[in-house]
Write a protein of this length. Structure first.
Length: 368
């Protein structure tokens, strides 16, 4: 064997030793949630909200560590549609340079920022139709890569940065290992996100923004279509068993109401988040851990919808405010929990002529 081959094989063997992995671990977790909901109208669907619901999920997580301190983890999850993998991610973490995550339908940076106002059961955006908070970074979930920096110390505070990129920031979800079926043909293309988190003792501050390219064709000089943007900032403080928080969220749909369909009834209203316009919301909340098992929280929010189209069919479209108040309670008994909320909504679904909505939900949760 010549010296060149000897040196090459020696280097290869050394690299394999340097990057050998310890035995990894595989864990399986999951749960089920059984709910009963009653009320006069669901603000998320504008339909009667009464009935029993069941949702369930199973998650597989594997992790390991290399000799040089680099750790890795892989997870995949299934939800109610058990025939396919609904989300998954691969994460690689280094001791000094932060971590990288590649995933689909999970793990994007926005999950750290979208709703930090303390709540003990459901995020308010998931149950009330709070569009600006619910839309924060959601288009970044499809086949994205996210980098999270290590925590930097400055003046006693810890600072962490997140940046992410999605080559196909589209509303159509992808399957495991797949790409969107309408890749390159929709209105949107690439997406980017960035965020920063600052912690100091019991105080936590965060700011986040995401944008995706809108390639919809419009007439020259028109500003009816633009890149979609959403963002949020928040402040939260924990002292003993009490947590308080405040946040503001923003969502620019990427087109004015005149560039797409809009309901032009006397309600001057939006149905869903597919119409044009701009949303601006704020939330404030407080949570209290009564003991190790019982917690309660109170949250209220106001969100303004601006169609960004002053005239439609000769009728002025005024801004509409949707207001929400919610109280939540949670009681834990190990692997079983009982949770409930009651929510009151004024101008549900941004309809000025709609009756106020009152929703109550009770849930039994089981986890393993």
């Amino acid at each position: 064997m010549n010296n060149f081959k000897k040196v090459g094989l020696t280097a290869l063997a050394g690299s394999l030793v340097a990057f050998s992995a310890h035995a990894g671990e595989l864990t399986v977790t999951g749960g089920a949630n059984i709910t009963y909901k009653t009320g006069n109208k669901d603000p998320m669907s504008n339909n009667s909200s009464k009935g029993i619901g069941v949702d369930k999920d199973v998650t597989f997580t594997g992790n390991g560590e290399l000799d040089n301190g680099i750790t890795f983890s892989i997870f995949t999850a299934t939800t109610d549609q058990q025939t396919e993998l609904s989300s998954g991610a691969i994460s690689i973490s280094t001791p000094s340079f932060g971590s990288f995550l590649l995933g689909h339908n999970s793990g994007a940076a926005h999950y750290k920022y979208d709703e930090e106002v303390p709540q003990v059961y459901e995020q308010l955006s998931d149950i009330s139709g709070l569009v600006s908070a619910n839309k924060v970074g959601d288009f970044m979930d499809n086949n994205h890569i996210t980098y999270t920096s290590p925590t930097f110390e400055f003046g006693g505070a810890g600072i962490t940065f997140d940046v992410g990129y999605a080559s196909d920031a589209m509303d159509q979800e992808t399957g495991d290992g797949g790409i969107p079926g309408n890749k390159g043909t929709g209105a949107f293309r690439t997406g980017q996100e960035a965020g920063v988190t600052i912690t100091y003792e019991g105080l936590k501050l965060g700011a986040y923004g995401a944008e995706r390219e809108n390639v919809t064709s419009v007439a020259a000089g028109s500003d009816a279509v633009r890149d979609e943007f959403n963002g949020v900032w928040y402040a939260k403080y924990n002292f003993g068993p009490v947590s308080i928080g405040y946040s503001e969220s923003y969502f620019d749909v990427g087109q004015s109401a005149s560039a797409g369909p809009i309901a032009t009834t006397t309600a001057k209203t939006l149905r869903g988040a597919t119409m044009g316009g701009f949303f601006e919301g704020e939330q404030i909340g407080i949570a209290f851990n009564v003991n190790d098992s019982l917690s309660i929280s109170y949250t209220e929010s106001t969100e303004t919808y601006d169609s960004q189209s002053n005239v439609k069919g000769g009728t002025e479209i005024a801004d509409v405010d949707q207001e929400v108040e919610a109280i939540q309670v949670a009681y834990s008994m190990g692997g079983m929990s009982i949770k409930a909320y009651q929510m009151d909504v004024t101008n549900p679904s941004f309809r000025e002529d709609a009756a106020d909505a009152k929703i109550t939900e009770v849930a039994l949760g089981l986890a393993f």
